[in-house]
Ligand binder design. Structure first.
Ligand code: 5GP
Ligand code: ZN
Length: 113
């Protein structure tokens, strides 16, 4: 989608600090980290959010969850980490492109980070 912030990050139109990339997934550091390690993992295909996941496109979500432990290991998150996806305005979703936050590097509270 041409007016989507995260699609522009995937295309390189907007710069990002990449931590992982393959054919279907891109991961980069959050611009406003809520924890010492705060990474966003996104599908390269534009999916609006959790509500945009269907039986036809859900394979990329499974793949994201196979990639997340690899990223966590590479980041040295041996003590654990949190995976969060905000869905819709009540959850505070600000970018309408499906994304999973990886948060770690400290003892997390029951708040998001
Ligand atoms: P949401 O609030 O939708 O769950 O998460 C969106 C995240 O994107 C926020 O944590 C925010 O800091 C991050 N973000 C917004 N704009 C940019 C940007 O231009 N670059 C990067 N790296 N992260 C961004
Ligand atoms: Zn997008």
């Amino acid at each position: 989608m041409s007016d989507c912030l995260f699609c522009k990050i995937i295309s390189g139109e907007i710069p990002s600090n990449k931590v992982y990339e393959d054919e279907t997934v891109y991961a980069f550091r959050d611009i406003a980290p809520q924890a010492p390690t705060h990474i966003l993992v996104i599908p390269k295909e534009h999916i609006s959010g959790c509500n945009g996941v269907t039986v036809d496109n859900s394979a990329v979500v499974a793949h994201i969850f196979a990639v997340i432990p690899q990223i966590a290991q590479a980041e040295g998150l041996t003590g654990g980490y949190r995976v969060v996806s905000n869905c819709g305005p009540d959850a505070g979703q600000t970018v309408p492109h499906l994304h999973f936050h990886i948060l770690g590097g400290k003892q997390l509270t029951l708040e998001m980070a």
